[in-house]
Design a protein around this ligand. Structure first.
Ligand code: ZN
Length: 139
């Protein structure tokens, strides 16, 4: 899992299942990602360890434009009461992302997920999806 450091364009969504985990299952979340080349791999996500704050990609440097982010359904505008989690989130919960690269075709991909307590006693990890990522050369 890597961070994104250059301006990037978001491409087609890839198949990634399952995408929602509850309570204890959040802490051993494993999802199957199918690349466009057909290669399948398991992504393991660990709350509080995996990923980088999603705000890093749309704040300040605008590595991914907010218009693409919304058009692709990576996140939604955060409800007013939850703005401390960032302007764009998945289910109004703390939202993270990471970049992976296919071992077979070297396609770069971005996965976006959120994790937190959705209701008292109900922790939810939701993967909004995985998309192809085209990094533009820096500078
Ligand atoms: Zn691939």
């Amino acid at each position: 899992m890597e961070a994104i450091t250059t301006t990037s364009r978001v491409g087609d969504q890839l198949l990634c299942r399952p995408t929602v985990f509850y309570n204890d299952a959040c802490f051993s979340a494993e999802t199957n990602l199918q690349c466009s080349c057909g290669n399948e791999e398991q992504l393991s996500i660990t709350p509080y360890e995996s990923g980088f704050p999603f705000a890093q990609v749309y704040h300040f440097q605008q590595l991914i434009s907010t218009s693409q982010l919304l058009a692709r359904g990576m996140a939604k505008e955060t409800a007013p009461f939850y703005q401390h989690f960032g302007a764009y989130t998945v289910n109004n919960l703390p939202t993270f992302y990471f970049k992976t690269v296919c071992d077979q075709c070297h396609q770069k991909r971005i996965t976006v997920f959120s994790f937190g307590e959705q209701q008292p006693g109900l922790e939810v990890l939701t993967i909004s999806g995985t998309w192809k990522l085209e990094e533009e050369s820096s500078n």
